[in-house]
Design a protein around this ligand. Structure first.
Ligand code: SF4
Length: 324
């Protein structure tokens, strides 16, 4: 979206396969306003792969999974970052680029994984497992990251675990991600009981029914799904890895076992691939709308702040991950 200044009218072509024409007038006014506000406020919008297509394809400057968004947030030169995603992503952007104003359009956009563990839990785990390094998924609060040795995402978890050169790690808080990574490495992994409320709902039976209903379908699953679901899939990987898989392998029919908007966003670039769409909605991601992105920019709301003492330690854990 760089170069010529786009307008809502010129953007519709890109998303017409996933947004019906009848819905477009609902979006176009906000899109034009957001494009104008971004210029006026020297702002950029970072959007996660689970954002709806009118956000992802029409107003976002940078899109990706949480690893890509963290990396890109660090390089942003604009004054303002609007994070179209959930709160921990906005905190991560603020950690990595502290001089910028980082806005989250809805403070209620949380995450069941981030809510499943506190910094106090980690301190207790350290007493129970002395000397065992703590690897924390980025889907956690800054306070939890601050208690950790290193962060990881679903895209780099195996590499991070193996980079430590130890026989045993604590990997928190996603139990299923920990189990899925444990199946790929010799490092012993101690897990926590956190789950993503979107991915934990898929079952092996769902996958078998999709295969029966859509013969030949290629099944790609997110590693936050239970291991029995991953075992039924043809491929498991982060949202970035799923997107790359579709681009590389060009399956005739595919199902992305993850959040609903992911298929819409990937389908825009792959008109020849048939997307089967059983999916689960993330209620937190869906709190972000064009309307509240617009008012975030108009009112400078809601600015993310992090206690400086926490930020120093949390940043270290994220930077160690980025160095892997
Ligand atoms: S999809 Fe799952 S992990 Fe991602 S924000 Fe929603 S609840 Fe959290």
């Amino acid at each position: 979206m760089s170069g010529m200044t786009p307008s809502a009218a010129s953007l519709y072509d890109r998303v017409q396969r996933v947004i019906p024409a009848i819905e477009w007038p609902v979006f176009s006014d906000d899109i034009d306003a957001i494009l104008r506000l971004k210029r006026e406020r020297n702002a950029v919008i970072l959007a996660h792969n689970y954002q709806t297509p009118e956000i992802f394809h029409c107003v976002a400057d940078i899109v990706g999974d949480s690893l890509a968004l963290a990396r890109k947030a660090m390089e942003v030169e604009a004054d303002v970052i609007v994070l179209a995603g959930v709160h921990f992503m906005a905190e991560t952007a603020k950690l990595l680029n502290p001089s910028k104003t980082v806005l989250i359009p809805d403070m209620g956009a949380g995450c069941s994984l981030a809510d499943s563990i506190t910094s106090e839990d980690i301190r207790l785990l350290r007493q129970r497992y002395p000397g065992v390094p703590v690897v924390t998924y980025v889907n956690t609060s800054a306070a939890v990251k601050a208690e950790s040795d290193i962060c990881c995402t679903s895209g780099n978890a195996k590499a991070v675990v193996e980079s430590l050169g130890v026989p045993r790690v604590l990997m928190l808080p996603d139990e299923y991600l920990a189990q899925n990574i444990a199946a790929q490495t010799d490092v012993e992994i101690i897990a926590w009981k956190g789950h993503c409320e979107v991915h934990e709902r898929f079952t092996p039976q769902d996958i078998r029914e999709m295969r029966a209903a859509h013969p030949g379908v290629t099944v790609l699953a997110h590693p936050e799904c239970p291991p029995e679901v991953v075992a039924e899939a043809d491929f498991a990987g982060s949202t970035a890895a799923m997107s790359d898989y579709v681009g590389r392998e060009k399956p005739a029919r595919v199902v992305l076992v993850t959040e609903c908007s992911m298929s819409d966003n990937v389908a825009v670039d792959h008109p020849d691939v048939e997307f089967i769409r059983p999916c689960n909605l993330c209620p937190h991601m869906k709190l972000i709308t064009l309307g509240n992105i617009r008012s975030a920019l108009e009112r400078n709301e809601h600015a993310v702040t992090i206690d400086p003492a926490v930020a120093v330690r949390a940043r270290l854990a994220v930077e160690r991950m980025l160095a892997v």
